[in-house]
Design a protein around this ligand. Structure first.
Ligand SMILES: Cc1cc2nc3c(=O)[nH]c(=O)nc-3n(C[C@H](O)[C@H](O)[C@H](O)COP(=O)(O)OP(=O)(O)OC[C@H]3O[C@@H](n4cnc5c(N)ncnc54)[C@H](O)[C@@H]3O)c2cc1C
Length: 405
């Protein structure tokens, strides 16, 4: 993507209606779209994939603070009905012996479960329906090719005093050759955000040294919460119920050279690790047979510091921060970003540099401790630090999230 100027004709926003382009239709982009549309803002959403729900993956653990935002989006009842709610996490030995059951912190408040496990494609389809119903203009299989900011693009307007700084905006040329003009661009294009680099933010995700094997499987009757086995051939073997009939299971180990693992061996690789675990694992392991249904991913970390915007382009979600899912907070923080940004935009008279910087200040204070704790917990495992106070750090970090973002 370039930031070259464009000469093609553009459609100007009316003075009454503000317009926003949302780049990326994951959790963050969908959430911000729904909330901005509710306030009557004109939203175009572009999604690079032709099939919006193609890469949605196996399962997701939604903590209370994610559920709180989903309730704000108006989809909580559907999430509750489709997912599997629970309030505790079990710690087991590799043979399945339950060592400890801890009550989970209800980060979304006492009127929501601590946790809901969900099939990712189901969550995504609920959000897609809500985006479609919001009246946003949606274009799939489309990317932004260039972003041309008014002024110098550094958030200070063009400095010549000849235009209304509040209406600084961005002219966007799309890959289908069309051009649009927006008051604001929200970059919700995830971890590898092309928009982030197009506006000159050079941060990139870095591997943490860990990787995860994941699969969806039928739920054995005995699985009624997340159980985590520490030790054995992997750092962690865990599972989370995602509906009455399903769960997702995962095994975390040290990163390996992805290119050296043949795709057709994925089921064998995961089953080989999972076979060392007892309890409900044998029932799960017998379903790890299809390599196409097994996912292998490295854990990454990134935290953009200083500001999350340049001019009138602002980052949300994984485009701004990502961390290993040791606290299962990535999507929760992304949903919170969307909620906070939408609230600030819809309650401000002026969309300017100060507003977008205030958004960053509000979010970084909440996001930084979660990213740091998530990374630290993974690092303790990599270092084999047996004295590390994992429950203490988890408890402190999660308790702080009970506060409204
Ligand atoms: C292994 C693993 C397990 C995880 N487990 C959990 C968990 O249990 N709980 C939890 O809360 N979080 C979890 N996370 C984190 C969570 O998945 C992410 O934080 C969340 O998906 C981020 O949402 P997002 O909308 O910012 O980005 P994404 O979900 O990545 O969405 C980005 C969207 O933008 C689109 N896109 C990309 N580039 C472009 C472009 N140039 N133009 C237009 N569209 C584009 C993509 O196709 C995609 O649809 C996990 C992450 C990993 C890696």
């Amino acid at each position: 993507m370039s930031t070259a100027p464009t000469t093609a004709p553009v459609s100007a926003p009316t003075s009454a209606t503000r317009s926003v382009l949302v780049v990326g239709g994951g959790a963050a982009g969908n959430a911000v779209t729904i909330l901005l549309r509710r306030a009557g803002i004109a939203v175009d959403l572009i999604e690079a994939a032709d099939d919006w729900n193609a890469t949605a993956g196996s399962g997701i653990t939604l903590q209370g603070n994610a559920l709180r935002v989903l309730r704000e989006l108006g989809v909580w009842e559907q999430v509750r009905a489709s997912g599997y709610g629970f309030d505790a996490v079990g710690i087991t030995a590799p043979d399945g012996t339950v060592l400890h059951v801890a009550e989970d912190v209800r980060t979304g408040g006492d009127d929501l479960p601590a946790t809901v496990g969900m099939q990712r494609p189901r969550l995504q389809s609920i959000l897609i329906d809500a985006v479609r119903a919001s009246g946003a203009r949606i274009r799939l299989g489309t990317r932004a090719e260039s972003l041309d900011q008014d002024g110098n693009g550094n958030g200070n307007g063009n400095g010549n005093g000849n235009h209304d700084r509040d209406r600084d905006g961005v002219t966007v040329r799309f890959t289908d050759g069309t051009v649009g003009r927006y008051d604001l661009v929200v970059a919700a294009d995830g971890l590898g955000s092309a928009t982030r680099s197009a506006i000159g933010i050079t941060d990139k995700p870095e591997p943490t040294g860990m990787a995860i094997w994941r699969v969806a499987a039928p739920r054995p009757a005995g699985v009624t919460r997340t159980d985590l086995a520490y030790g054995g051939p992997a750092y962690i073997a865990g599972y989370c119920p995602t509906s009455d009939s399903t769960l997702y299971a995962y095994v975390v180990e040290a990163c390996r050279d992805r290119a050296a693992i043949p795709r057709e061996s994925y089921a064998d690789e995961m089953r080989g690790l999972a076979a060392a675990y007892g309890g409900c694992w044998p029932e799960i392991t017998e379903h790890i047979t299809d390599p196409a249904k097994v996912n292998y991913t490295w854990f990454d970390r990134m935290l953009v510091e200083g500001s999350w915007h340049r001019g009138r382009v602002v980052l949300v979600g994984d485009a701004a921060h990502c961390c290993p899912p040791t606290l299962a907070q990535g999507a929760a923080l992304s949903l919170e970003d969307a909620w906070v940004l939408a609230r600030m935009l819809t309650s401000a008279d002026v969309w300017d540099d100060a507003l977008l910087q205030a958004y960053y200040e509000r979010r970084i204070a909440r996001v930084r401790p979660v990213v740091e704790a998530s990374v630290r917990i993974g690092q303790w495992q990599l270092d084999g630090d047996r004295d590390a106070d994992v429950p203490g750090l988890m408890g402190r970090t999660m308790s702080a999230l009970r506060e409204l973002p």
